[in-house]
Design a protein around this ligand. Structure first.
Ligand SMILES: Nc1ncnc2c1ncn2[C@@H]1O[C@H](COP(=O)(O)OP(=O)(O)OP(=O)(O)O)[C@@H](O)[C@H]1O
Ligand SMILES: [Mg+2]
Length: 187
């Protein structure tokens, strides 16, 4: 699959975009989206907070983990790649953004409590799907730019949360957590 840099010129597939990304429907499967990092596609460089080479890998595992804990409220991820810099995510067919801050806050607080991660509060990251679920679609930033060991999440909290999952989900989530730990300590 060749990934074209200028999605905004493909209005039939273009879904949205913010500071970091442009999001388009996956050209080969409309159940998924491509999230392309603007800075990479514009000039092959990426903003400071995502400049660590392990960023995209750690972001993938963190997204998988938070999705396992909140399957209806965090969009799943299928793959993440650094050359070129993009992700493939579950496409959310949405009827609106979750403009009500109180509802967003409920999800923000639960994710914080179960993972230690602070979701971006901007309403454009919260889609209301056809079943009425609020689904967070933004990237997970795994690290602070201060470097090794400075995860934006709480490893022991995530470990407790995945321990509460059913066995079939727990096994794979435990593998994701180990991978995230390695990436965080060697970043
Ligand atoms: N999984 C998805 N399914 C459907 N639409 C999506 C999905 N992810 C993102 N979008 C659309 O694309 C827009 C931008 O996505 P996203 O928040 O990932 O970009 P961003 O560059 O990180 O934004 P910002 O940096 O401003 O928060 C969303 O507001 C939404 O309209
Ligand atoms: Mg966003």
């Amino acid at each position: 699959m060749i990934i074209q840099p200028f999605s905004e010129k493909e209005p039939t597939r273009y879904l949205g975009g913010g500071f970091h990304r442009e999001v388009i429907v996956h050209p080969e499967d409309s159940n998924w989206v491509l999230c392309k990092y603007r800075h990479y596609f514009a000039n092959k460089c990426i903003p400071n907070e995502i400049s660590n080479e392990n960023f995209i890998k750690a972001s993938f595992y963190l997204t998988k983990l938070v999705h396992s804990i909140f399957p209806n409220n965090i969009a799943d991820i299928r793959s993440a790649c650094s050359e070129p810099f993009f992700e493939i995510r579950q496409r959310i067919i949405y009827i609106d953004y979750a403009k009500d801050y109180v509802k967003r806050k409920e999800l923000i607080d639960s994710v914080l409590e179960k993972t230690g991660y602070r979701l971006d509060t901007n309403y454009k990251n919260y889609l209301v799907d056809q079943s009425g679920n609020i689904v967070y679609c933004d990237v997970f930033l795994p690290f602070y730019s201060s470097g090794i060991g400075h995860g934006r999440f709480d490893m022991p909290k995530i470990a407790v949360s995945i321990d509460e999952l059913p066995n079939d989900k727990k096994d794979i989530a435990t593998k994701y957590l180990k991978r995230l730990e390695t990436l965080t300590t060697t970043a």
